[in-house]
Design a protein. Structure first.
Length: 123
């Protein structure tokens, strides 16, 4: 389970998860309207079991959703919940957000600036 589905299962943020989202290694299609497939690689470090289900980790969820440029409010909620539930460290979070800082109007590579700076997602 990935993206918004994983966020919901992990209790991160308040985004609509009206479809089940999965990341798979090859391009595939489905006729199901309640399933969204993303193409990508999921390593052993990117997921863990939650109630018996393989679910992307908080860091992977933040990385995937920031990569989709979800709005700042939803990103902030996701980040706050991940930090408060101790599902991610600030160091890992800054590293993950550094890949997406420019897309949120912060100097490229400045994950700490996105997290804590003047244009912080946590302000």
């Amino acid at each position: 389970m990935s993206f918004r589905s994983a966020a919901r299962v992990r209790g991160l943020g308040h985004m609509a998860a009206d479809v089940m989202e999965f990341t798979i290694p090859r391009r595939r299609q489905t006729r199901r309207t309640d399933v969204r497939l993303h193409r990508g690689t999921v390593t052993a470090d990117d997921w863990s079991l939650v109630d018996g289900l393989p679910v992307n980790t908080a860091s992977r969820v933040v990385d995937d959703l920031a990569g989709e440029r979800i709005d700042r409010g939803h990103l902030a909620g996701l980040v706050r919940d991940a930090l408060s539930r101790e599902q991610i460290s600030t160091a890992i979070l800054e590293r993950v957000l550094s890949r997406h800082a420019r897309g949120y109007g912060v100097q490229a590579g400045n994950g700490a600036g996105l997290l804590w700076g003047n244009v912080s997602i946590l302000c």
